[in-house]
Ligand binder design. Structure first.
Ligand code: HEC
Ligand code: HEC
Ligand code: HEC
Ligand code: HEC
Ligand code: HEC
Length: 369
């Protein structure tokens, strides 16, 4: 007697790929079948948002300075499942997975009526996703319009703290940009499609050979930084002065550069090195300076999230914004000069020195006769 194909498939799935999923389930259980997606996610800042020592150090400082209720504020975004299942003690493995599969795919709706946007999440055997016709042998699926729009990201990338300061404004910056009008969502740039199987072909052969990249490259990707910033360099002699102009454009980010944490900076460094003469170097910094209630500028993420109260200045580049920066150095006419412009992305004072703290991503130079 032959076993019907469908039944064989179900049996195979349950034996090789395990039985009913736990709710909430840890990422490796999803990765059993969704391998390519798991590999992308595993390399994302979402997957390390809990175990990263930068975050763990900041969490300890937050609790030491502001008491144990600080933990819930931080975990709301860095480990949302821990908050939902009331595992603030972080006993469960899934609580260490940060922004993980079963959180995002249990989102049913997102409400934007309260002070902060809030996702409604249901941990069941039904997973929400972008397709109308997906069918899985181990879990139900439900089409979710939220997953196809920027609302999927809003609950963690837009945040106002108890002082009323808008600490994260990435969603609003995007909403005010042309990208929102052109319906280019966060996913367009951060979850673009790549080749890969949605599920392991041994479980199910699907028509599509494309998946959405779950690695979500952002400011830690040199490619993304180069997509974001375009610049050009002009030089001109005026008597014994050398005038340098650098035109900077936020050409590829659908929000300000830098966006997100107020400690991020974009730095332009211009150098002029006349042969055998005085060397010059000047900087322009694009950033938002946030202060506490007393006006003291803030140097730590945990402080910004909990106690930030006002914005002292904001020189970031909005989407599509162009700025011309001019520099003027005293350089004798007869001297040849090497002019250099370098762009750095600076993550945070707590990230230390080295590539995690600051990265050079764009650089050009010219010899002025
Ligand atoms: C035994 C294999 C298996 C496991 C384990 C599994 N899935 Fe699936 N999943 C599938 C299959 C098969 C589909 C249907 C794919 C299709 O038809 O395009 C699917 C579809 C989905 C979809 C719908 C995608 C869409 O296009 O809308 C989501 C979301 C999803 N899975 C999330 C998860 C999550 C989260 C986990 C872990 C909690 C998980 N899956 C575990 C096999 C599995
Ligand atoms: C048009 C493309 C585009 C769109 C649309 C877009 N981004 Fe970005 N995003 C980028 C690029 C390019 C970078 C890298 C430059 C940078 O870090 O500012 C980036 C960086 C980021 C970062 C890293 C910031 C940091 O502090 O490390 C986050 C977070 C982010 N985007 C979230 C979002 C969210 C959320 C949305 C939707 C509301 C969105 N992006 C829409 C292109 C885009
Ligand atoms: C930050 C939220 C987030 C996390 C974490 C996340 N996903 Fe997704 N996932 C999405 C969104 C949003 C889409 C839809 C993207 C689109 O259609 O533009 C998606 C799409 C999918 C799909 C449909 C196929 C595809 O590529 O579009 C599957 C299956 C899926 N995710 C499984 C997983 C698994 C498994 C994990 C963990 C390894 C995971 N997701 C982690 C948000 C997330
Ligand atoms: C549950 C909260 C949550 C949701 C939902 C979420 N994110 Fe994030 N995201 C985070 C946290 C937390 C970080 C910072 C992790 C860290 O660096 O410790 C982050 C970091 C990022 C980064 C920065 C990566 C880098 O290079 O540093 C990008 C880009 C990003 N998210 C995009 C998205 C997009 C696009 C969506 C929607 C599809 C989304 N996020 C949904 C919490 C979330
Ligand atoms: C509303 C969501 C949200 C809350 C609440 C939140 N964070 Fe974050 N956190 C993020 C996102 C998103 C990023 C990084 C991407 C960006 O800059 O937008 C981030 C980045 C960080 C970073 C920098 C990590 C890196 O890789 O550079 C640290 C440290 C951090 N958060 C600590 C904390 C602490 C401590 C708390 C609690 C006091 C907290 N966060 C509360 C969403 C949140």
């Amino acid at each position: 007697m032959s076993v019907p194909g469908f039944l064989l498939f179900v049996l195979l799935s349950f034996s090789v790929f395990g039985g009913e999923l736990q709710t909430p389930s840890a990422a490796p259980a999803c990765g059993d079948c969704h391998r390519a997606i798991y590999d992308g996610w595993k390399n994302s800042a979402h997957a390390t948002s809990m175990e990263s020592w930068l975050f763990q150090d900041a969490l300890k400082l937050a609790e030491a300075e502001f008491g144990s209720q600080a933990r819930k504020v931080c975990l709301d975004c860095h480990s949302p499942i821990a908050v939902y299942v009331d595992d603030l003690g972080l006993v469960r493995k899934v609580s260490w997975e940060g922004v993980t599969c079963d959180y995002c795919h249990s989102i049913r709706e997102v409400s934007t009526t309260a002070m902060n946007p809030r996702a409604r999440v249901e941990f069941t055997q039904v997973k929400s996703g972008p397709s109308r016709n997906a069918a899985s042998p181990v879990h139900g699926t439900v089409f979710s319009p939220v997953h196809t729009t920027s609302l999927a990201c809003i609950s963690c990338h837009e945040f106002r703290n108890a002082q009323g300061l808008s600490v994260l404004t990435t969603y609003t910056e995007w909403k005010n940009s042309r990208y929102a009008k052109e319906e280019q969502s966060c996913q367009t740039c951060h979850m673009y499609t790549i080749r890969g199987n949605v599920v392991d072909p041994r479980v199910k052969r699907t028509e599509s050979k494309e998946i959405n990249l779950h690695q979500m490259p952002g400011s830690h990707s040199i490619d993304q930084l180069n997509r974001a910033i375009k610049a050009s360099l002009y030089t001109e002699r005026e008597g014994d002065r050398l005038k340098i102009t650098v035109k900077v454009k936020n050409a590829g980010a659908g929000h300000h550069v830098p966006t997100g944490s107020p400690l991020r900076q974009l730095i332009l460094e211009v150098r002029a090195e006349p042969y055998g003469g005085v060397q010059y170097s000047e900087e322009r910094i694009y950033s938002r300076i946030v202060a506490d209630q007393n006006g003291t500028p803030i140097q730590h993420e945990h402080f910004a999230f909990l106690k930030g109260a006002k914005v002292l200045s904001d020189t970031r580049l909005a989407a599509d914004e162009v700025r011309a920066e001019t520099f003027s150095f005293k350089v004798p006419r007869a001297r040849q000069v090497r002019v250099e412009a370098n762009f750095y992305y600076y993550y945070s004072p707590v990230a230390g020195t080295g590539a995690r703290g600051k990265t050079k991503f764009l650089s050009f130079s010219r010899l002025v006769p």
